[in-house]
Design a protein around this ligand. Structure first.
Ligand SMILES: Cc1cc2nc3c(=O)[nH]c(=O)nc-3n(C[C@H](O)[C@H](O)[C@H](O)COP(=O)(O)OP(=O)(O)OC[C@H]3O[C@@H](n4cnc5c(N)ncnc54)[C@H](O)[C@@H]3O)c2cc1C
Length: 401
């Protein structure tokens, strides 16, 4: 049985960042990266952005192997045995560890009633990107289900690839869960000007195959013919392994302020098990509650922090409030904290829908900041959110110039 000083479950961005964190302190310790994917760690954000704007596929690889780690690819951890300090994979092989990181990320939500189809892609991995590239191209009909982060980015990417794109969105439009309605309506029009057809307030229920033709079935509406279908329906954390190993799971693996996994039923953290990235839920002092953030900055900062901690660093509590970003054609934004369209939103536009700052308030406490077409202000936004005071439109406007 291979026996690692550090075993990382998951081969994503958090695991890569953890391996780098370990190497900041420990140049020689054995690191094993156990990943279900056949590909080595890579950056996911370019899959729906840069790669459609001319960046080469080679640019996504993280080059984790150069850190002197053992990449165990195509291997899915099916059981963690904390007492024996080992992990078992899908073929029954076992891997020993002295320190373990759970960085198993999330898996895509699927359409409830959809038949399996080689045209349907739940977009998450570089394999999904490769498959979509095979199906996409000038004049090809692409249907994107969902108007959230992934759906809106992939729809823009496919339009740039000269596909005929239709979006089927169950809500009011693009980003309806996070943006105020006037911005959603602007985005709907903006996409339509770029040739994207929007079917809003409509639910896709599956794929219908007639001979060699494929179409997306829409509840109460006409089928939409498709050469490629991308569903961006969000993810759920891969936390079952942790739960079965007796760790506390609340829509994600619960960790303490040092990212150590907490046991189910309460008590002190497990001394040798950490969790980071999309799968981990940690208390945020700035927001005053536990958060699980499905964004790159969280994967990178938590991963590095956990890796350093595993190698013996004492960096104090993890208090970082992650930022995130997105590109929609030539619009872009950065954001910090909680963006939820149900909160009170104070909009401070310099140029309506092109450049401005939107503040998200919950009972007058600032919870999130959207920097629309504004760059370099993430730290200022973080500082404002951390201020323990009440706000209103008057006191917020102009705060981030
Ligand atoms: C297309 C796309 C675009 C994105 N764009 C942005 C963006 O613009 N900005 C932003 O902030 N964020 C973006 N994100 C989100 C960001 O990529 C994620 O937050 C980040 O990848 C999370 O990293 P992670 O390592 O925690 O999890 P993941 O990247 O999900 O990696 C987890 C890995 O663990 C593996 N795994 C799971 N279970 C097991 C198991 N039992 N055994 C072994 N291996 C296992 C998985 O196969 C996977 O390789 C995007 C995501 C996608 C998919």
């Amino acid at each position: 049985m291979p026996d690692f000083t550090y075993l990382l479950i998951g081969g994503g961005m958090a695991a890569d960042a953890a391996a780098r964190g370990i190497r900041e302190l420990d140049r020689d310790g054995d690191i094993g990266v156990l990943s279900e994917e056949p590909d080595p760690p890579y950056a996911r954000p370019p899959l729906s952005k840069g790669l459609w704007r001319g960046e080469p596929l080679e640019s996504v690889w993280k080059d984790t192997a150069s850190l002197g780690v053992t990449l165990l690819l195509g291997k899915r951890a099916v059981r963690i045995e904390p007492a024996a300090r080992q992990v078992v994979d899908q073929r029954g092989a076992t891997y020993g560890w002295h320190k373990l990181l759970i960085a198993s990320g999330g898996r895509v939500r699927k359409l409830v009633a959809a038949q399996a189809s080689d045209r349907l892609i739940y977009f998450r991995t570089v394999a999904d990107y490769r498959r979509l590239r095979e199906l996409a191209g000038k004049g090809k009909r692409a249907v994107v289900i969902g108007g959230g982060f992934i759906g809106s980015e992939v729809a823009a990417a496919l339009a740039l690839a000269e596909c005929k794109v239709t979006m089927v969105i169950s809500g009011a439009g693009i980003g309806a869960n996070v943006f105020p309605l006037d911005l959603v309506r602007f985005l709907n029009g903006y996409y339509e000007e770029r040739g994207v057809t929007l079917l809003v307030n409509q639910s896709a229920i599956g794929i219908r195959k007639t001979g060699r033709r494929h179409a997306v079935a829409v509840l109460g509406g006409a089928d939409v013919p498709a050469d490629a279908v991308v569903a961006g329906l969000g993810i759920q954390p891969n936390a079952e392994l942790a739960e079965e190993a007796g760790l506390a799971v609340e829509d994600g693996v619960l960790v303490d302020e040092r990212l150590r996994a907490l046991p189910a039923g309460g008590g002190a953290a497990r001394p040798a098990v950490w969790a980071a990235g999309d799968v981990a839920r940690v208390f945020s002092p700035a927001l005053g509650r536990k958060i699980r953030v499905e964004h790159e900055d969280a994967a990178l900062t938590m991963g590095r922090y956990a890796g350093r901690a595993m190698a013996g660093a004492d960096d104090g509590p993890y208090t970082h409030l992650p930022f995130f970003y997105s590109d929609l054609f030539d619009l872009g934004y950065e954001a910090v904290g909680e963006l939820d369209a149900r909160l009170e939103i104070v909009a401070d536009w310099k140029v309506p829908f092109r450049e401005g700052v939107l503040y998200y308030l919950d009972h007058r406490r600032l919870r999130g900041v959207l920097l629309w077409g504004v760059v370099g202000k993430v730290d200022a936004a973080r500082d404002l959110i951390a201020e323990p005071r009440e706000w209103d439109a008057g006191s917020l406007k102009g705060r981030i110039p």
